[in-house]
Structures are given as structure tokens and as C-alpha cells.
Design a protein around this ligand. Structure first.
Ligand SMILES: Cc1cc2nc3c(=O)[nH]c(=O)nc-3n(C[C@H](O)[C@H](O)[C@H](O)COP(=O)(O)OP(=O)(O)OC[C@H]3O[C@@H](n4cnc5c(N)ncnc54)[C@H](O)[C@@H]3O)c2cc1C
Ligand code: SF4
Length: 461
């Protein structure tokens, strides 16, 4: 797929990947074998009829192709851009056994973009059911549950704490990977299905889940509040200014448009040398964002080796092309500040790799006496997030796991309370967009089952 030139794109926030031309999409679609027993579908958590949408594309019927996609996926332009297809549908494509799998994600993006550009048709509204469902959180889990429930005829209200819906799609993933206009238009489609989205509603503060059920007359609640609580290393000097959590750094940039300061009122200060701690997708996003904000040097500091880096391969390659520096087998142990309390340096230690730990990856082992100093102006800590604690803390009778996650049945999203369901990162911890969407979809199905027949699975703590 064509991409923006690396030297040009590291100075702008425009999308990096430019998408297929119609000719490229046609050629790629023609490779699909339209398998009778398509394994690719089994790798898709939202069960998209992959051969179906590709066949329609092959026949040049883009309208039908988009309709087939949207039967199961309410956010195809988002998924076509950020889903880890290489470990989902494409990992199972039969053509991948001996060669390259069909580029399902790129085709999905092409069809979804074509539909947006040519004016998506108004979705059909089903016969309304006289039952109300509240969805808490408007990330991919909440939006999917809400869209699917609305398609079944339920009256759905989404309550979102921030001033803009979309969750991580809006505040975390940068514009250059996922343009916010694309997210906005897919959320508009969910609104057109009849979903009411209310922003600036912090559930657990503005009102509680129990108030929604008991006072506001909701028949069921879906909790999709994500994993937005940043982890820190708790090392000396970590509270100096200039040290951000990745969440704050990316939210200021993406949601508050700090790169357009003073046109937008949120500033962000990025010095000459930026260090990003961690090597997942979040870390790559932060390191590439730092370059676009004007940093001369942006480095990934990671205590394991290249082999263990959790980010998508494509994101690592894009970061390297843009000039992000990788300091592997290295981790900070302390920060130092200047007279104003602003970070100015960090002490790092070198690591070697030992035996595999419980995650299956080789354990990083510090090398004694290997400490060295680095001058630094800004640090972004991107070492993972844990579930948002507010709703679990303020909802009585919910069984909570040891990482602060809500315990819910994987298949149904049922929690320990009969009319409360949950899914996405709040249940699994930080995961992926498509897994959150799959959980939202399964929960919508079991909310429908519950509301029709008061059926539910038993969940134990
Ligand atoms: C920077 C970054 C990059 C990523 N890149 C990728 C990627 O490339 N591919 C991929 O598949 N995944 C990626 N992920 C992970 C993915 O975005 C998440 O797994 C996914 O968004 C989880 O969806 P969710 O709906 O469970 O939660 P979220 O997207 O976190 O949405 C939760 C929503 O609930 C709201 N909320 C929280 N508490 C309350 C409350 N008390 N009341 C009301 N609302 C509340 C939040 O404001 C938020 O809008 C990335 C994550 C980050 C942070
Ligand atoms: S497995 Fe591959 S070739 Fe077969 S239908 Fe799916 S995408 Fe097409």
C-alpha cells in the first residue's frame, strides 16, 4: 500500500498509509479463493463475512460489499486501519500457508473509505422494543454493543466521561494512523442507528450504575470503560515535570490538538531529546508523535530485545523509517531534575536476557555496574495501562479481579450482577480494538437474550 514519504511525514500529522487505488484493490481482491469453509472468518472476532465482501468487491459491486461488511462490523474504516489482521483473519487465510495471505484489512479499509466518500446510505431502523439499555464508555466495546443493540430495536444511551466519544480511537491512537474524521463518521453511523450518545457524563461521579438501573429505568447496563489508568515504574524522580504518562501525552496531542496550540488552548512542551519507555503500540505512537511535535531525537527505551517488542511489526518499521532510535536491553532507574523541578537527565541500566518468565518471553536481567547517564528533556512512560477503577469501585456486588478488572464471562459478558454486562479492556486489561468489539458484540447478544428471557450464565469470582 502506498505511504507518505518518511522524511515528509515525520513533520506532519497527516495519515501515513494512503490506501489502495481501485486497481490495487481489484488485483488484491482477485487473489481471494472464496473458500467454501473460510478459515479467515474464524479469525475475526466480529464474524465479518470476509469472502462475501471480497466477492462483491471483485464483481465491482462496492455498495453490496460495504453492506456485507457492515452487517457485522459497525466500524470498518477503523478496523481496516488499526486491527492487527496479521494475527487475526489474515493469520488464518489459506493463501498464507505457502505465500502472502489476502490483505483483508486493506480491502476492508478500501471498501469502507469508498462508502464514506460516496455517501453512506441511511441505515434501516428496526421495530422499536420497549426496553432501555445504558452503555457506559464509548470506545470500540461500547460503540459495538450500542450499535448492535440498536439494530435489534433497543433504546440505547451511551454515557461517555470525555467531551468526545470514541475512547482510545479518539484520544489515544494518533491522527497519522487513524484520522479523527474517520472515527467521527463511523460514530455518526452509530448515531443514525438510533443510539443517543451523552458526553461529559462520568459514571460513578455524575450518577452511579445503580441509579441508572433503579431511578432512570434502564433494563440492563453494559460497562465498556476501558483500561485508561497508566502504570508508572515508581523510580526516583518520576514526579518531575516533563515526565508524562503516554495517556496524558497522547490525549493532549490527539484529543486536545496541542500541536495546533495556541489555536487550541492545550499546550504541550517537547524538548530536543525525548525518551519513550516501553515498546508496545502505545510507545511507538508516542515516539512518532514526539518527532512530529518537533523533537530532534526520539528514542524507545526497552529492557528486552527487538524480538520481544510487543508493537505491531508495521508500526516498528514505520517508526524506524521516521528516525526513531531504539535503545534495547536498557531501562531507566532514576531521573534527575534541574533547579525548576524539570527533568534533565536519566540514569539507565543495561540488561541481558535470562530464562523465559510467566509471559513466555525471556526475563530481563539487570547487569550490575552497567549504569550510564543520558541527557533528556522529556520522558513518556508507556509501560501499560490498567482498568479504569471508578465504575468497579462504585458499583456494589460486582466481582473484581486482582488487576482491578471486572470479572465477566468471556462468551456472554455476564457479570456477577444479573442486569450488568461488561466487555473490552475493562475486563481483559489493555488489549485490541477488535477484541473489544468482539466482546461488545457478544454482550449485545446476551443482553438481548437476558431481556427476552431473563437468561444468564453464572459468573463466579
Ligand atoms: C495509544 C494507543 C494505541 C493503540 N493502538 C492500537 C492498535 O493499533 N490496534 C489495536 O487493535 N489496538 C490498539 N490499542 C488498544 C485499543 O485501542 C484498546 O484495546 C481498545 O480501545 C479498548 O476498547 P474499549 O472500548 O474497551 O475501551 P476504550 O477505548 O478505552 O474506551 C473506554 C471509554 O470509556 C470511557 N470511560 C471510562 N470511565 C468512564 C466513566 N466512569 N464514565 C463514563 N465513561 C467512562 C473512557 O473515557 C473511554 O472513552 C491502542 C491503545 C492505545 C492507548
Ligand atoms: S481464507 Fe483467504 S482465500 Fe479463503 S476466503 Fe478467506 S481471504 Fe479468501
Amino acid at each position: 500500500m502506498p505511504v507518505q514519504d518518511a522524511q515528509a511525514r515525520k513533520n506532519n500529522f497527516h495519515e501515513v498509509a494512503l490506501g489502495y487505488t481501485p486497481e490495487m484493490a481489484g488485483e488484491e481482491a482477485a487473489r481471494c479463493l472464496n473458500c467454501k469453509n473460510p478459515q479467515c472468518v474464524k479469525g475475526c472476532p466480529v464474524e465479518v463475512d470476509i469472502p462475501g465482501f471480497i466477492q462483491a468487491l471483485k464483481e465491482g459491486d462496492l455498495k453490496r460489499s460495504a453492506r456485507v461488511l457492515k452487517e457485522k462490523n459497525n466500524l470498518p474504516a477503523v478496523c481496516g486501519r488499526v486491527c492487527p489482521q496479521e494475527s487475526q483473519c489474515e493469520a488464518r487465510c489459506i493463501l498464507g500457508i505457502k505465500g502472502e495471505p489476502v490483505a483483508i484489512g486493506r480491502l476492508e479499509r478500501f471498501v469502507a473509505d469508498w462508502e464514506r466518500a460516496s455517501g453512506a446510505p441511511q441505515p434501516e431502523r428496526p421495530v422499536p422494543k420497549n426496553k432501555k439499555v445504558a452503555v457506559i464508555g464509548s470506545g470500540p466495546a461500547g460503540l459495538t454493543a450500542a450499535g448492535d443493540l440498536a439494530k435489534m430495536g433497543y433504546q440505547v444511551t451511551v454515557f461517555e466521561a470525555l467531551h468526545t466519544p470514541g475512547g482510545v480511537l479518539m484520544y489515544g491512537i494518533p491522527e497519522f494512523r487513524l484520522p479523527k474524521e474517520v472515527v467521527r463518521q463511523e460514530i455518526d453511523y452509530i448515531r443514525k442507528l438510533g443510539v443517543d450518545i451523552q458526553v461529559n457524563q462520568v459514571v460513578g461521579k455524575t450518577f452511579t450504575v445503580d441509579e441508572l438501573l433503579q431511578k432512570e429505568g434502564y433494563d440492563a447496563v453494559f460497562i465498556g470503560t476501558g483500561a485508561g489508568l497508566p502504570n508508572f515504574m515508581n523510580i526516583p524522580g518520576e514526579n518531575l515535570t516533563g515526565i508524562y504518562s503516554a495517556n496524558e501525552f497522547l490525549t493532549r496531542t490527539n484529543l486536545m490538538k496541542a500541536y495546533l496550540f495556541p489555536k487550541y488552548s492545550t499546550p504541550i512542551k517537547v524538548g530536543r531529546r525525548v525518551a519513550v519507555i516501553g515498546a508496545g503500540n502505545v510507545a511507538m505512537d508516542a515516539a512518532r508523535t514526539a518527532l512530529r511535535l518537533g523533537a530532534e531525537e526520539s528514542s524507545i527505551i526497552y529492557r528486552r530485545s527487538a524480538e520481544e517488542m510487543p508493537a505491531r511489526h508495521e508500526e516498528i518499521e514505520h517508526a524506524k523509517e521516521e528516525g526513531v532510535r531504539f535503545m534495547l536491553l536498557t531501562s531507566p532507574v532514576a531521573y534527575t531534575g534541574d533547579e525548576n523541578g524539570h527533568v534533565k537527565g536519566m540514569t539507565c541500566q543495561r540488561f541481558s536476557l535470562g530464562e523465559p518468565d510467566e509471559s513466555g518471553r525471556r526475563r530481563p536481567v539487570p547487569i550490575p555496574g552497567s549504569e550510564f547517564e543520558l541527557e533528556i528533556d522529556t520522558v513518556v512512560v508507556a509501560i501499560g495501562q490498567t482498568p479504569n477503577p471508578l465504575v468497579p469501585r462504585t458499583t456494589e456486588g460486582l466481582v473484581i479481579g486482582k488487576h482491578g478488572n471486572i470479572v465477566a464471562d468471556e462468551e456472554s459478558g455476564a457479570t456477577s450482577r444479573p442486569n450488568i454486562f461488561a466487555g473490552g479492556d475493562i475486563v481483559t486489561g489493555a488489549a485490541t480494538v477488535i477484541l473489544a468489539m468482539g466482546a461488545g458484540k457478544r454482550a449485545a447478544r446476551s443482553i438481548d437474550e437476558y431481556l427476552k428471557r431473563k437468561l444468564r450464565r453464572e459468573v463466579k469470582g
